[in-house]
Design a protein around this ligand. Structure first.
Ligand code: SAH
Length: 249
């Protein structure tokens, strides 16, 4: 008897930005797997009748395999990610682990979408993502920095608005400064930039600056950085990208 696995995006922070489907999937689960910090954000959805399996940051591969195994053994399982589980989240790892099982042992798997950090940050900044945009992670844990840099240059040259995930972490302090310098080769110094930290959570912070003035020390592990394109303007406290390409460079 195989069970089921819901891979659930919890959204950026508190209950206000969760979907009903995400809440239902967690409430309905017998076993909930997640990074300790994420499980702590949804105590209202879990209870004593459930088995909560929390793990540390960095244990993603193991967590995905454990969740798939528990589902294959018959449990109704939820595996939680912050934001959207498909974007730098658990869905890719868990689906790969599930696909590796023989079909007869494979649990039913579904992915429940969540509000990703770029969308939450975009809303706080106004409408910076109004036209074409790209998400890029500056983490070089799973990729050589050269590959990150190649993508940064391609996006910069394509004049896409850019959402930079993982701009900084404890062990990684230099990447954002380097990314800024690369982007500045393609975009003017007055290109608007928004830094949003802890969107939808306690301590939420929104800062608007420019590419030339972007100070990497203003970003932390919970910051997403939105870099404007040619069509992005600062209108008072808002960052707004034109819908029409003819208005951009
Ligand atoms: N799956 C997540 C992303 C995980 S990667 C999602 O879809 O949002 C972790 C990075 O996401 C952080 O370094 C930060 O850049 C961004 N992030 C996640 N939650 C955030 C929040 N509440 N506010 C701002 N940035 C956030």
């Amino acid at each position: 008897m195989t069970g089921s696995l819901s891979i659930v995006g919890l959204g950026p922070g508190g209950p206000a930005h969760r979907t009903r489907a995400a809440e239902d999937a967690i409430r309905d689960a017998e076993v909930v797997f997640g990074y300790r910090g994420y499980l702590a954000t949804c105590p209202d959805l879990t209870g004593a009748h459930q088995n909560l399996v929390s793990s540390e940051i960095g244990a993603e591969q193991q967590r995905a395999e454990d969740a798939v195994r528990a589902a294959a053994e018959g449990a109704r399982v939820a595996l939680v990610s912050s934001g959207d589980a498909g974007i730098y989240g658990m869905a890719s790892l868990a689906l790969t682990a599930a696909a590796a099982l023989p079909p007869a042992r494979r649990p039913a798997v579904r992915v429940v979408p969540g509000v990703t950090a770029a969308i939450a940050a975009g809303a706080l900044l106004g409408a910076p993502l109004a036209r074409d945009f790209a998400c890029l992670t500056l983490s070089d844990l799973l990729a050589p920095w050269e590959a990150v840099e190649t993508r940064l240059r391609a996006v910069a040259a394509a004049d896409l608005v850019l959402a930079l995930y993982n701009p900084r972490s404890r062990g990684r302090a230099w990447q954002l400064g380097q990314a800024r310098d690369i982007l500045a080769e393609y975009r003017s110094g007055d290109t608007p930039v928004g830094l949003v930290t802890d969107a939808g959570r306690a301590g939420e912070q929104v800062e608007i600056t420019t590419l030339a003035a972007l100070d990497p020390d203003r970003a932390g592990m919970h910051t997403v950085v939105i870099v404007g394109a040619g069509g992005t303007r600062r209108l008072g406290d808002w960052l707004v990208t034109a819908r029409s390409l003819s208005e951009s460079r």
